[in-house]
Design a protein around this ligand. Structure first.
Ligand code: GTP
Length: 383
């Protein structure tokens, strides 16, 4: 059964193509054994949060453009019913790039649609964006978001009436004319796909949008000041988790009880002398040991054990992680079912993949990454 909803402005069923076929190399080792879409953000798979956002703006049908076998994603998201949408999977025989992947999903498109990168969280008002698109009779409308330093992004120049003039990919600092970058959300008319060659690697900003501009087609920009954060790197991933639990953005964080700033998702055991300070999301089944200290913003998954006297500060820890007594974790990510030995230090920007066993007394600092399943003997690493 197709679960349908209507856009708020036009009353028409709305479809969204979400691009989830990238390799997510920058997020490794978190994405060595897990698609980026399933990486949890504030203890919920990223894509689930993103689909909820799209659904709140009237998207009823989701097409997941995947660059490989969709089985792993299907296992998690199925037909989408649980999330109130209908999901279909559009696999590519090899990665086709952002535009090629949308073209590959053309058989599912029968009218105006949304296309978006599957690696950011945002409050951009899609309903307003659709309204602008409709009003301007645009062929493509691109959401723009401001960033402090646009030199690492695709910058989009517009005129006084929001029509797009030019795309500049990663401009050198001296040539920056605007801080508005492509937010990776588009409203498109199906005509955009018509002239694109099938089964060819194509990128939107390189192979499609400039050609539309050259042909004088109406390409518009929707400028938004709403929050926008991509989860492409471990630093951004930590930031996204902090932002979501901060309460500063209207995102659903579910919890069973609350003690001050601490959101608790089910039964937990906090031993005498265990302290939790600042905004913390604590998964169910966690045990916080005697004298342990957790300082927020911090997200801790289900069934984690924090040993006696351990200190965790600004961390994201996934489900089933064991942290030995006296260990210190600061501004790092630890993936599922890893064991951090007694007295270990895991510091600034370090990422520990899933099922790692870090023997006692190891010290990881300055962005060290440990691949899934590795066993590190005691006192082996010190940097
Ligand atoms: P990095 O390897 O870390 O750069 O990550 P990424 O490849 O996931 O991100 P990138 O910024 O290159 O891609 C932006 C979005 O487009 C992400 O949501 C990707 O999943 C998606 N994407 C990139 N290339 C492809 C592709 O060939 N096919 C599909 N279906 N999606 C793609």
């Amino acid at each position: 059964m197709l679960v349908c909803s209507k856009t708020k402005d036009t009353g028409v069923d709305l479809k969204a193509v979400i691009l989830v076929g990238g390799e997510a190399t920058r997020l490794r080792p978190l994405t060595c054994d897990l698609p980026k879409a399933v990486v949890p953000v504030a203890n919920v798979p990223f894509l689930e949060r993103f689909v909820a956002y799209l659904h709140s703006h009237g998207v009823g049908d989701v097409i997941l453009a995947v660059a490989s076998d969709p089985a792993r994603l299907e296992r998690y998201f199925g037909d989408g019913r649980r999330m109130g949408v209908h999901i279909v999977y559009s696999p590519e025989s090899r990665p086709l790039g952002t535009a090629g992947a949308i073209k590959n999903a053309e058989r599912y498109i029968d009218g105006r649609f949304i296309a978006c990168n599957g690696d950011m969280l945002t409050g951009i008002d899609l309903t307003e964006m659709l309204r602008l698109h409709h009003e301007k009779q645009a062929m493509v409308t691109i959401a723009l978001t401001p960033v402090d330093n646009p030199t690492a992004y695709g910058v989009v120049e517009t005129d006084g009436v929001q029509r797009v003039k030019r795309f500049v990919e990663k401009p050198p600092a001296a040539q920056v004319t605007t801080n508005m970058i492509n937010a990776g959300i588009y409203v498109m008319e199906p005509e955009v796909l018509r002239d694109m060659p099938a089964n060819k690697f194509l990128m939107l900003e390189r192979d499609v949008f400039p050609q539309l501009l050259a042909a004088g087609k109406p390409v518009y920009a929707y400028q938004s000041q709403a929050y926008w954060i991509d989860i492409g790197t471990p630093e951004k991933y930590l930031e996204a988790n902090s932002l979501l639990i901060s309460g500063e953005v209207p995102v659903g964080i579910s919890y069973a009880s609350r003690e001050g700033d601490v959101l608790i998702q089910g039964p937990v055991a906090i031993h005498a002398g265990g302290r939790l300070k600042g905004r913390i999301l604590l998964g169910k089944g966690c045990v916080i040991g005697e004298g342990a200290l957790v300082v927020g913003p911090a997200v801790i998954g289900d069934n984690c054990r924090v040993g006696e006297g351990a200190t965790l500060e600004e961390v994201v820890v996934w489900d089933g992680v064991e942290i030995g007594s006296g260990a210190v974790l600061r501004r790092c990510v630890v993936a599922s079912e890893s064991i951090i030995g007694e007295g270990c230090q895991v510091l600034e920007g370090c990422v520990v993949g899933s099922r790692v066993h870090l023997g006692r007394g190891n010290k990881l600092d300055r962005g060290v990454r440990i691949w899934p399943g590795r066993v590190i003997p005691p006192e082996t690493i010190s940097f």
